[in-house]
Design a protein around this ligand. Sequence first.
Ligand SMILES: Nc1ncnc2c1ncn2[C@@H]1O[C@H](COP(=O)(O)OP(=O)(O)O)[C@@H](O)[C@H]1O
Ligand SMILES: [Mg+2]
Length: 259
Amino acid sequence: MTVLEDSTAQKTTGQRDHAHHTGTAPAYFSVWDIHAYYGESYIVQGVSFNVHEGEILALLGRNGAGKTSTLRAIARLDDPQITHGEVWLDHQHIHLMKAHEAAIAGIQLVPEDRRIIPGLTVEENIQLAQIVEPIGWSLDRIYELFPRLGERRKQEGVTLSGGEQQMLAIARALSRDIKVLLLDEPYEGLAPVIVDEIEKTLNIIKEQGITTVIVEQNAVRALKLADRAVILDTGTVVFDGTAQEVLENEELRAEYLAI
Ligand SMILES: Nc1ncnc2c1ncn2[C@@H]1O[C@H](COP(=O)(O)OP(=O)(O)O)[C@@H](O)[C@H]1O
Ligand SMILES: [Mg+2]
């Protein structure tokens, strides 16, 4: 990180700067004007949104709109690199952190490929996520939420069905001390009944006060789950409003979501 780390000294008042720019105090989880690059490729071109604690935000847009890149930038992965902008979670300056620090601060990204570790059982996959403090949900609590994982806890993680692997990936995120769950296409390749099951667990996770940002190609399903929606197009925000507004706006859906 060049630009951000060089300006660390100036950023001590970042929170006040943010309030100044938006005219309000920062929201619980706030992404403010982030710009990010893969090498020379300018991909995230000024994305901003606020999420209240315990809310579910659907982050939507066509293929290549920049959804995955936005999630990766927020989680502070090496690529894409943020060159401008701020990410605040509960008064913590995530934009100045490395990926492992952002994870400790409570940001957990469940990537599209789910990252189940081969050669480890379901339970070992979860336990591996619990090695680093601070620890989140216990095994018992996780198995209560996902009884299928409890039944298969001695089975190798990669031999699970697609839906069960998605549950395991979410379980690993919960086993850290999580505040914000970033989900990249969790329903991809799953049968509708399995999507129903995962949706139910996401509602339970919400009831626990965890904030979720869900990226999904299955926009209708995501919108029915979400409170609010942000639509991206070529790395910028083209809509920010309630999920209901998107469901009711045929023009918007046709233009940016092709549904
Ligand atoms: N590692 C990368 N290097 C360069 N460009 C990338 C990389 N990953 C994605 N992109 C480009 O960034 C743009 C946004 O991609 P992505 O964030 O994956 O979109 P989405 O998740 O909305 O489909 C696309 O044009 C894609 O080709
Ligand atoms: Mg993507």
